[in-house]
Write a protein that binds this ligand. Sequence first.
Ligand SMILES: Cc1cc2nc3c(=O)[nH]c(=O)nc-3n(C[C@H](O)[C@H](O)[C@H](O)COP(=O)(O)OP(=O)(O)OC[C@H]3O[C@@H](n4cnc5c(N)ncnc54)[C@H](O)[C@@H]3O)c2cc1C
Length: 384
Amino acid sequence: MSPAYDVIVIGLGGMGSAAAHHLSARGARVLGLEKYGPVHDRGSSHGGSRITRQSYFEDPAYVPLLLRAYELYDDLERATGQEIATLCGGVMVGRPDSRPVAGSLRSAREWDLPHEMLDAAEIRRRFPTLAPADDEVALFEAKAGLLRPENTVAAHLRLAGRQGADLRFEEPMTRWEPYGEGVRVHTARHSYTAGQLVICPGAWAPELLADLGVRVTVERQVMYWFQPGGGTGPYRPERHPVYIWEDAAGTQVYGFPAIDGPEGGAKVAFFRRESVPTTPDTIDRTVREEEVRTMADQVSGLLPDLPGRFLKAATCMYATTPDEHFVIARHPAHPESVTVACGFSGHGFKFVPVVGEILADLALTGATAHPIGLFDPARLTGRA
Ligand SMILES: Cc1cc2nc3c(=O)[nH]c(=O)nc-3n(C[C@H](O)[C@H](O)[C@H](O)COP(=O)(O)OP(=O)(O)OC[C@H]3O[C@@H](n4cnc5c(N)ncnc54)[C@H](O)[C@@H]3O)c2cc1C
């Protein structure tokens, strides 16, 4: 008896919804299983906005994937009419040797990406809300901006559904096993068979991919919205860039223009600030006053007017690998039938559609033309 599906995708968050779209677009019979409802706020793909940029300070190896992700985000907007990307420009601010500045410059030069270097006076002139110290500079990138995560997930789910994918919500996988040439997946309701399994577990990686042998740390991260002292006028996306700022002590903060109307404020957060490891089941979703004060103090070092009035905060999870690079590969223990995508370490959203494309390549052909060598789990498990 042949399996009912070609591919089962576990987790329909950022990565899994993109995989379900790309797989079903190529004619595969897809079953998608998701623990919660469509587009939820219990994982890593919510909160209204995500930064996207091309001059990538984490590693120049990400740049070709970003260029492809930009094309695919365009296609996604066109195919669904969803508003997803706002390319308002972005500044990476800090001392010249800070990671955001030096790393972004390295990628920009290596890949010949359009960018401008601004000194402190020029930053203040171009972006009056920003008050950098005299020894700080910025790399400005016109193509940087923001993505709307909820609309992205909704758009991928809509296309996948239209293309015939069978998407089942509130139906978590409880376990799976090899079955003939393929796999069998169990939920509390049914079991399903398929030739291929694609696991996109987000912060549930320690639970669903323990056998991978990669240490994924789940981090509680908080997003804060403030109403700027002088109102949101100067923070509108037509006038205001996204920003990542590293201060002299090495602390990184990032933020967005005001995209939620005059009373919606502007969002800001710490980037990869040390936090107590947590789990999806035990994460503390309450944000304390003291945390709000710490955020306000820190961001006022670059945007003195931003923390006028605190509006709200929300928690989210990073699923971080030891070197902060992703894991995207065939499962080393099940290389014929299982593909994994995890450990996006707080910077995966801008890659969502290209990760979907890569996962479809791997599941349907066993290989991809995209450069994913950096994401091989063997680098972290010593199995190379
Ligand atoms: C505060 C914050 C800010 C960020 N900022 C940026 C940014 O500016 N730029 C950027 O590029 N990235 C950013 N990121 C990172 C980015 O959002 C994540 O890398 C990305 O959303 C991860 O997608 P995912 O599919 O791996 O996880 P998720 O979207 O969480 O998807 C995993 C899914 O698996 C489901 N699931 C779990 N267990 C099961 C099961 N047993 N059966 C079925 N389904 C299951 C979950 O319910 C969930 O829907 C940020 C993340 C956070 C938290």
